[in-house]
Ligand binder design. Structure first.
Ligand SMILES: [Zn+2]
Length: 336
């Protein structure tokens, strides 16, 4: 090729690498303090409480967003983040009842000075009291908190993940075939699971339609299910928790943990088709995001579904409503 110009693909790759480099160097903001916020409460037999646990907040400047949104122009990014960037929170969720407790995802852990353990303590639960961790996927901001110094952080927990996720990042033939840009997530995923391998359980997916999560739930009036949403990562899942007590009270029938359905909700709620660099199938991710948001905002269960997202504005739990071409998020009030 004559001349010194870079191809579009090369530019995208450079931006992506810059973005990854930037993300690896970011830290939780200095003023952040741990917090456990109760976001749901089932009245009835199980006495179930649902908490959001603060882990990190990372400020993504416009230059970071350019790397994360490789198909967006500088003008679009300036319009979408008029303040020069956006804050990306990460939270995990705790489900706690008289007989036990489990987590949905485990935050960044030490890689970003995550506050999950301090937040968990504020909810009155010790790491040894976590009986299970339901992993939406194995990116470092969801599984990183499972390990510290080569040791298991939740030594009693059974870890649930989709088989496709284990195949993608841990030990399947797909690990060697990963595109360069996604290969960076392999070492942290493998480090996170290494001290936990004997307690990892693959979710049994019934023909790609999902299934139940065989959680040990002594004394709990609830059931857990999962649905694959394999566009962010091949084994990314959503989890649903149905609560009999809550249903009787007519409050919440379903808690829907949406993982990375939205990574940058400030941008993606109004524009669901916009995918991020780490959506491994960006077209499908945009389509399923739009379909699911429509269902959550307009479907028959919209008033009885609590949505809990890893990167939604703190505390990450609430409801979505249709607004113009897109959607808005309304965080839940403290249930008291
Ligand atoms: Zn994430």
């Amino acid at each position: 090729m004559a001349g010194g110009g870079l191809s579009g693909a090369a530019c995208s790759l450079i931006l992506a690498v810059l973005c990854l480099a930037a993300l690896s160097g970011l830290r939780a903001t200095g003023t952040l303090v741990p917090e456990a916020r109760r976001v749901g409460r089932a009245v009835g037999g199980s006495g179930l409480d649902l908490y959001a646990l603060r882990d990190t907040e990372i400020f993504l400047a416009s230059s970071d967003l350019a790397g994360l949104l490789p198909n967006a122009s500088a003008g679009q990014i300036a319009a979408w983040a008029p303040g020069g960037g956006i804050m990306m929170p990460t939270q995990a969720f705790l489900v706690k009842w008289d007989g036990g407790a489990f987590l949905v995802d485990a935050g960044w852990g030490w890689r970003q000075n995550g506050l999950l353990l301090e937040s968990l303590a504020l909810a009155g639960v010790a790491p040894g009291g976590i009986g299970a961790v339901l992993l939406t996927h194995l990116h470092a901001d969801h599984a990183g908190g499972l390990e510290r110094g080569g040791r298991a952080v939740f030594p009693e927990a059974v870890l649930y993940a989709h088989q496709a996720e284990l195949d993608t990042w841990i030990d399947g033939p797909g690990v060697a075939r990963l595109p360069e840009i996604h290969r960076r997530w392999v070492p942290p995923a493998q480090a996170a699971l290494a001290p936990n391998r004997d307690r990892v359980r693959a979710l049994e997916d019934s023909g790609g339609m999902g299934g139940s999560v065989p959680l040990p739930l002594p004394g709990a009036d609830m059931a857990a299910v999962f649905w694959p949403m394999p566009s962010h990562t091949p084994g990314h899942v959503l989890y649903g928790l149905t609560c009999g007590g809550a249903k009787d009270a007519g409050v919440v029938t379903l808690c829907l943990f949406t993982g990375d359905l939205m990574v940058l909700p400030e941008i993606q709620l109004p524009r669901p088709r916009v995918s991020v660099l780490f959506d491994m199938d960006p077209e499908e991710a945009g389509a399923s995001r739009l379909a699911l948001l429509r269902d959550m905002a307009c479907g028959p269960y919209r008033d009885k579904t609590l949505i809990l997202g890893s990167h939604l504005p703190w505390p990450g739990a609430g409801r979505v409503e249709a607004r113009g071409e897109g959607f808005i998020f309304r965080p839940v009030a403290d249930p008291g």
